[in-house]
Design a protein. Structure first.
Length: 520
């Protein structure tokens, strides 16, 4: 470097040319314009650690971005004024003999041949992610899906609204890594790890409604990219049992059961059927200052003041059964277990419910009678199980017809007869519904209020099996699922399909929605 250039570069230039040779390996994937804009530069590497000159070493976001680009966390930061950093960058990217730019390194590239990646600290990326989360919350989305498309060279963003994935926007492909890194930083995940799935949480302040929580899952996908799914966990006030849209008969029976001081209540259904919402609605009713309630959940999706909620960690051996053991030593009145997925947890739940505790749990089964058979097949003692069981509540979620655009119509006789056949004609006859000119059903049409889908919001359909003396006798005798179902229906249980049909006739949903969740 000439004496004139050293004088213009000041202290930083003299220090760079004298003490620091050009770190070619570190600069290979870094762009001159990018380093100039972000005000940092790698100075060299020694002993497996990289030294970086940075204007503000306390900037955690920038440090995470630097470590991501350098591919290591073994970085030592030295603070320097902007003019010194710029002088070092100018020196490193210039040929000392002629002063011409000789290094035109680019940002890391993973796919697009001509399109560099956007830097993670770019304010544009921050605004995109923030607006995406805010819009998802405003539109009542339950999940955000971020899907880089290596073939289409774009990043598709979809919202799951009322159970359906709806396209929100398509981002430029060059933003794929920047968007993922921004979300990882928000969730306190490792942005250098791109080969393994990661899970985390984000607390996000929405406009005018306070803070929401999002569960983050990153998954490596084909083409060397990562998908991200964010589940919005906090949706405002906890739902009450009155808001769950149960039939009057089922709600009254469940309220009567919840007044019992001990026993086992099971809430069952597939993933995404609203089991956690129902469990917390029941706990909300039971949550009083004179009652001690422990919950073990994976993850803790809904929080309630007054509940002592515990997140289980299977990787360190703290599972549901271990949480149950701890709870029983901690003076509980009510225990809620996220899932009875194994014999040990089920056994401990049944034992706790027979020793003076009210135990509530969920299970992934299709219907209420099947739940009893499944637990017996696990090896559970039928006598202890029958003694502890209070009820099994099976449920599904269906889309609710949009109240603004639902369209009434007079169904054909064939359609009416199909409804009757699908849910047992004798039971249907007891509803007292006659086919005449005044009989109306409703169907989806579509309007701006429902994004032209014809549906807005979700509601539950339920199947409540009350553990009467007859049912307990059948459990002890290990009777079949068919026998349990027949006895339960004789005692007044509506099946999931029958409860759905009642809501179809009431104009709350349509037959296709009910059949789609009950006939799987």
């Amino acid at each position: 470097m000439s004496e004139e250039r050293q004088r213009k570069g000041g202290k930083g230039a003299r220090r760079s040319s004298g003490a620091y040779p050009v770190p070619d390996r570190l600069l290979r994937n870094l762009k001159y314009e990018y380093l100039h804009r972000e005000l940092w530069v790698p100075l060299g590497e020694a002993g497996g650690r990289i030294t970086v000159l940075l204007s503000d070493p306390s900037d955690i976001l920038k440090r995470d971005m630097i470590e991501n680009l350098l591919g290591t966390k073994a970085v030592d930061y030295r603070q320097a004024p902007p003019e010194e950093i710029l002088a070092c960058i100018d020196h490193f990217y210039r040929d000392e003999g002629e002063g011409a730019a000789v290094r035109t390194g680019t940002m890391p590239r993973r796919g697009a041949a001509d399109e560099p990646l956007a830097p993670e600290s770019d304010g544009t990326i921050i605004r995109i992610v923030d607006r995406m989360i805010q819009d998802a919350f405003t539109r009542r989305a339950s999940d955000i899906h971020i899907e880089p498309d290596t073939d289409g060279q774009s990043v598709l963003v979809r919202f799951r609204i009322d159970g359906e994935c709806i396209t929100y926007q398509s981002l430029p492909y060059r933003y794929r890594a920047a968007v993922v890194s921004r979300i990882k930083i928000m969730a306190n995940l490792d942005i250098t790890e791109k080969r393994l799935p990661q899970d985390g949480k984000i607390g996000f302040a929405t406009t005018g409604t306070g803070t929401i929580e999002l569960r983050v899952a990153t998954i490596p996908t084909h083409g060397g990219v990562e998908d991200v799914v964010l589940r919005i966990l906090t949706r405002g006030a906890i739902m009450t049992l009155d808001e769950l849209n149960m039939s009057r008969e089922d709600r009254e029976r469940l309220l009567k059961i919840l007044k019992k001081p001990y026993g086992l209540i099971l809430i069952v259904g597939p993933t995404g059927s609203g089991k956690t919402t129902t469990a917390h609605a029941a706990l909300h009713l039971l949550n009083r200052p004179n009652v001690k309630i422990w919950t073990a959940e994976d993850p803790v999706e809904i929080t309630q003041k007054g509940l002592r909620q515990v997140q289980v960690h299977h990787k360190i051996g703290f599972d549901f059964s271990n949480a149950m053991r701890a709870f029983l030593r901690a003076d509980p009145d009510i225990i809620m277990v996220g899932e009875m997925r194994d014999y040990e947890t089920a056994k401990m739940g049944i034992e706790a419910s027979t020793t003076g505790h009210l135990v509530m749990s969920t299970l992934h089964t299709n219907n209420a009678p099947e739940t009893i058979v499944r637990l017996l097949d696990m090896g559970i003692d039928p006598i202890a199980f029958a003694d502890s069981l209070l009820c099994v509540l099976a449920q599904r979620l269906v889309r609710r017809l949009c109240a603004c655009c639902r369209e009434p119509y007079h169904p054909s006789r064939e359609e009416f007869d199909e409804i009757a056949r699908s849910c047992d004609e004798r039971w249907f006859a007891r509803l007292g519904v006659a086919y005449d000119e005044g009989f109306r059903l409703y169907r989806a049409r579509g309007c701006p209020e429902c994004n032209e889908t014809g549906y807005r919001g979700m509601m539950g359909i339920y199947e409540l099996l009350d553990a009467t003396d007859e049912i307990k006798h059948l459990i002890v005798s290990r009777k079949s699922m068919l026998a349990l179902r027949k006895a339960s229906m004789a005692q007044g249980m509506k099946t999931l399909l029958q409860d759905g049909i009642v809501k179809v006739i009431a104009g709350e949903t349509d037959l296709s929605e009910v059949l789609s969740v009950c006939m799987r």
